[in-house]
Write a protein that binds this ligand. Structure first.
Ligand SMILES: [Zn+2]
Length: 402
């Protein structure tokens, strides 16, 4: 691959919107590449893969469908102070990483951007480097930083974390950046992008907000696409945002198996509220969204023949109305992973990044249209609302320079 800037690639293309001429050239060049640039060193092993991001308890369900090509496993670490599992504790041959999930317990400050164990004597407490080495010794493909949650507008803590990671100068590490979503919105985006670019380390990005971070403002999705195209990015602990960004230059991604691990909330996490509806969260493939099993049953009413069916290896054409009870959750997780792993494989197979972006946009357009078809099939008078991010993925131009 030749970097942009030489005469052959530097056609006089007018910059679009707030993109500079240089960024526009870079994006046009990236769109023609067969895949994003792989990070140097051990992190390169994750390149061009969409991983499953799972709690330890969800791993057995996931392993029913997880292959080793184009994917991998990212497991959420134990609570602080608990022993770390070894990579070999999981019966999986593909790339495997452990997210220490420090952002669930610690709010980053400029003085203490990372959550490090304090079980040594004064002066002998483990350093950031020691914590990363321990993950590699436990057999993980790469190490992940125990970064605290970066609060709204807190570029000072983000900068402090990035500078410490940069100083380690490692190629076996992902810099986990759990950012309050305001940091990728209008006011802070340029500063955030500059800090992440300067970290000199691939970024495992987690978005934080109470509720869906992608609906925070209409700038979030375009800004994330620009971030994916201009820093070595791996969105983790997320939903189909993972596929949107892998279609726009992210070198890898990891999709969460449950609703609470498809974005982060600021610490301390509140205990789970009492939920009356114990039916599992189910991926409805034709709508590209997750619904509670009870909602699918209610919508299809007494006519399960109208239920959406799924042809994945787990469902074998059975109706989705079958996911009713808490004990159906492992199968719902396996069904979701089997389904999106297929979509991810189709995406990764495209000849260029721009083709990926168009392939992804077509999937989203199809899913938006399918909302209307399903509403008709179940004889619903009101339209089925389309989730805002899906609508935006379907409506935005496929590539940032279009
Ligand atoms: Zn299925």
């Amino acid at each position: 691959m030749t970097e942009p800037g030489n005469k052959a690639t530097a056609r006089a293309t007018p910059p679009r919107g707030d993109l500079t001429v240089e960024t526009t050239q870079q994006l046009l060049w990236l769109g023609r590449q067969p895949r994003p640039m792989a990070p140097r060193g051990a992190v390169g092993a994750l390149s061009d893969r969409v991983l499953v991001y799972a709690r330890r308890s969800h791993v057995p369900a996931v392993l029913r469908v997880l292959g080793t090509d184009g994917t991998g496993l990212m497991v959420i670490g134990p609570r602080p102070g608990q022993p770390m599992p070894k990579a070999t504790d999981f019966d999986y041959e593909g790339p495997i990483a452990l997210d220490p999930d420090a952002y669930g317990y610690h709010m980053a400050t400029p003085d203490k951007p990372f959550l490090l164990p304090e079980d040594g004597f004064a002066g002998t407490n483990p350093t950031l480097g020691d914590v990363l080495d321990a993950q590699l010794r436990a057999g993980y493909t790469v190490a992940c930083t125990p970064t605290g949650y970066i609060g709204a507008g807190d570029t000072a803590s983000l900068c402090a974390a990035a500078q410490q990671v940069k100083a380690l100068n490692r190629t076996d590490t992902l810099f986990v950046a759990a950012l309050d979503v305001s940091l990728v919105d209008r006011a802070f985006f340029s500063q955030t992008r500059a800090i992440l670019q300067d970290a000199g380390c691939p970024i495992a990005l987690v978005l934080g907000k109470q509720g869906d971070p992608l609906t925070h403002s209409t700038r979030i999705i375009p800004n994330l696409r620009l971030l994916a195209a201009t820093v070595p990015l791996m969105p983790i602990c997320t939903d189909f945002n993972a596929l949107d960004l892998v279609a726009h230059g992210a070198f890898a991604a990891a999709i969460g198996t449950g609703g609470s691990i498809r974005h982060a909330v600021p610490p301390p996490r509140k205990p789970m509220a009492f939920v009356r509806d114990k039916s599992p969260s189910v991926l409805v493939p034709e709508l590209m969204c997750w619904w509670k099993g009870a909602k699918i049953s209610m919508l299809c009413g007494a006519a399960p023949s109208r239920s959406p069916r799924c042809s994945c290896a787990i469902c074998e054409n059975q109706p989705l109305t079958r996911f009713k009870y808490e004990e159906d959750q492992p199968e719902a997780i396996a069904h979701a992973a089997a389904t999106w792993l297929d979509i991810a494989a189709g995406l990764l197979d495209q000849p260029t990044l721009r083709d990926r972006a168009e392939y992804w946009r077509n999937i989203c357009k199809g899913a938006v249209d399918e909302h209307e078809m399903l509403a008709k099939r179940v004889r619903r008078i009101d339209p089925l609302p389309v989730q805002k991010p899906l609508k935006q993925w379907a409506d935005l131009p496929a590539w940032l320079t279009d």
